[in-house]
Design a protein around this ligand. Structure first.
Ligand SMILES: [Zn+2]
Length: 41
């Protein structure tokens, strides 16, 4: 892996979206996967 850009993949196996920031990643979970995944803390 030589990619310096950190990305965030959707935790859902049925969803292949990737995000460039943690904010987008978290927002996507909250909007598209409500109740499926919970944030610790
Ligand atoms: Zn997703």
């Amino acid at each position: 892996m030589n990619n310096d850009v950190e990305t965030y993949d959707s935790p859902s196996l049925d969803c292949s979206r990737t995000f460039g920031t943690r904010e987008e990643f978290t927002e996507q979970i909250n909007t598209e996967h409500p109740g499926e995944y919970r944030r610790d803390g």
